[in-house]
Write a protein of this length. Structure first.
Length: 405
């Protein structure tokens, strides 16, 4: 009963100074709201990265020319040209764990339709590129093996390329565009994939590999090879088999450095998730500083409150209030300020996350754990920063307190 009485006294004291209580909780409101918003942005970014990388295909292994060794550079990745069609055939022949092998040639090139120009990434590849990378055309079709062997001048457009070349025309299938100096017929439209790391998967044009090598660019090497393992358990075995096959194909002696780089899809995903996670922690840390500043504001106001109510404290002690009663009363006031601010901050943080998602198109993900942690942290701030003023009030001498003006 006495505990309830102390709580009511504390709440009534806060209500008497409504404006001061509001201004005191404002720091906590901003801090908690910022924490919720920043954490939701970080979690949303990690989820978006994961979805977009997995949308490019499953159980993938990427082979690129050049090697990179930790500590010093043996040869910068992509700097050496030492992947060819022969390497792709060697992987297909000597890697039982590999389900599909997709050679790729990528070059930046100017594309033109009418009086509109756009610089984009042109990918020369085989018909296996579509199913392996989950690029099922939303309009039209993918090119065939016969078209690849016959060096057909056909292409599929990413959504960004379609927008910049054709504007409001939603179906460009059948239209003729110019890639470099060669005319191509549009036979399909690629599905939207969005941004993956620094690469926009919608800003690309896909053409048959033989067409790219012999008609368009006049080269016989590859930019990379994508290999799909039979299942998730076969990925590590696939990597070993690829390395063995390419070392044999390139005649690399025992102990010699690889002149190629092999990366697993999960490694790429982990790297990008760690980057997003680090950024999320950084943002949450900055928001946490705001919460601590709010706690300092609570402590300052509570110290002022103790000074203003010195005679009240002396009177309560004179009529029998114990030290722990005074301590509990002021601690309840500090925690109440912090929890009210935390509750309002959570509501504002959730609202801000939804608004950023709806209006700015940012990826956000609000988790129950972040809300609970923010609420508990707000309570901890109230206890930590309210304990010193409450203890100072409880230690006042009743005789001196009654004489205080």
């Amino acid at each position: 009963m006495q505990v309830l009485e102390n709580i009511l006294i504390a709440l009534s004291s806060l209500w008497v100074h409504k404006m001061r209580s509001f201004l005191t909780t404002l720091g906590v409101v901003i801090g908690v709201g910022a924490v919720i918003t920043m954490v939701s942005l970080g979690q949303g970014a990690r989820r978006a990265v994961q979805e977009r990388i997995l949308a490019l295909g499953s159980n993938l292994v990427f082979v690129r020319p050049g090697s990179f060794r930790m500590g010093h550079v043996a040869a910068q990745e992509g700097a050496r040209i030492d992947l060819t069609d022969k390497d792709a055939k060697a992987i297909k022949k000597d890697c039982p764990a590999a389900l599909v092998v997709v050679p790729e040639l990528q070059r930046s090139e100017q594309v033109k339709y009418g009086n509109k120009n756009w610089n984009t990434r042109v990918i020369g590849t085989t018909p296996d590129f579509g199913p392996v990378r989950n690029f099922k055309p939303t309009l039209g079709r993918f090119f065939t093996w016969q078209e690849d062997l016959g060096m057909a001048r056909v292409c599929l457009l990413g959504e960004t390329v379609r927008e910049n070349l054709f504007g409001q025309m939603e179906d460009p299938v059948g239209e003729t565009i110019r890639i470099g100096r060669v005319n191509f017929t549009v036979i399909g439209l690629l599905p939207e994939k969005g941004q993956t790391g620094f690469s926009n998967q919608d800003d690309q044009v896909v053409v048959p590999l033989n067409t790219a090598q012999k008609r368009l660019f006049g080269i016989d090497y590859l930019s990379g090879i994508s290999v799909q393992a039979r299942d998730a358990k076969s990925v590590d075995q696939t990597v070993l088999e690829i390395e063995k096959a390419l070392r044999k194909s390139h005649r690399i002696k025992t102990g010699g450095d690889n002149d190629f780089t092999i990366r697993v899809q999960t490694d790429v995903l982990t790297t990008m998730e760690e980057t997003s996670k680090t950024l999320g922690f950084l943002l949450a840390g900055v928001a946490g500083v705001s919460l601590i500043v709010g706690g300092i504001g609570i402590m300052n106001i509570m110290l002022v409150s103790v000074r203003e109510r010195t005679r009240e404290i002396g009177t309560r002690k004179a009529i029998g209030a114990r030290r722990r009663d005074i301590l509990f009363q002021f601690l309840v006031e500090a925690v109440t300020l912090s929890l009210v601010g935390g509750t309002v901050g959570i509501l504002l943080g959730v609202l801000a996350s939804y608004l950023l998602s709806a209006m700015a198109r940012w990826n956000t993900s609000i988790s129950l754990s972040s809300i609970i942690v923010s609420f508990l942290f707000a309570a901890a701030v109230g206890i930590f920063f309210g304990l010193y003023p409450a203890r100072k009030a409880s230690l006042l001498n009743p005789t001196e307190a009654l004489r205080y003006e």
